[in-house]
Design a protein. Structure first.
Length: 191
């Protein structure tokens, strides 16, 4: 009996929504030369959380609104720099969604901190600081999908305390800020 190679994931097409699981979709912004850029995630069906809306990019924000419409209830980000969060205030204006951001983020409706929870009708998201609490950097556990939305916080390695922080969630997937959805969180994080 031969061992089959796993099927590679389909390529990421910028500005096109791709379902990654029942509650999670990804829309990549167009990067340089039309290559995929930052991943923006839409979590939920009846109520939607936008994770990492990206910079002020009218085309990308219009695509997000077209996919989520009046069901977009919250906007959160893994990093408060303009690259990840610059379009958050504009998206808030376009949708009326609640902007949940770290203290000091202009236009925030709620303060995001370690342990902050969004309890929607279909899911729960739990925020965890990624580094110093004052850094404005967060990761998010999507409990029902056992997925961790990590932004680009693992690009320079796995923080020493991360596996212990997330072990109880029995994670199965990682949703990064760039690149493909990783369905082998246990191996990647050494859980």
């Amino acid at each position: 009996m031969s061992v089959e190679e796993p099927t590679p994931p389909p390529p990421i097409t910028p500005s096109v929504a791709r379902a990654l699981s029942p509650l999670l979709r990804r829309i990549a912004r167009p990067g340089e030369d039309g290559e995929p850029g930052l991943n923006t995630y839409l979590v939920g069906i009846d109520e939607i959380v936008i994770v990492d809306p990206g910079p002020v990019d009218t085309m990308h924000l219009d695509v997000l609104c077209g996919c989520g419409g009046d069901r977009i209830r919250w906007i959160i980000m893994t990093d408060t720099s303009d690259y990840y969060a610059g379009g958050a205030r504009k998206l808030k204006e376009m949708t009326g969604a609640e902007l949940v951001a770290p203290a000091g983020f202009d236009g925030a409706d709620e303060v995001l901190g370690d342990g902050y929870k969004i309890d929607a009708t279909e899911f729960r998201i739990i925020a965890m600081s990624a580094g110093e609490p004052s850094s404005g950097k967060h990761i998010f556990v999507l409990e029902q999908e056992r997925a961790l939305l990590i932004g680009d916080h693992l690009d320079e390695g796995i923080p020493e305390d991360l596996p212990a922080k997330v072990k109880s969630y029995r994670l199965r997937a990682l949703a990064p800020g760039h690149g493909q959805f990783n369905e082998n969180a246990k191996q990647t994080l050494g859980l």
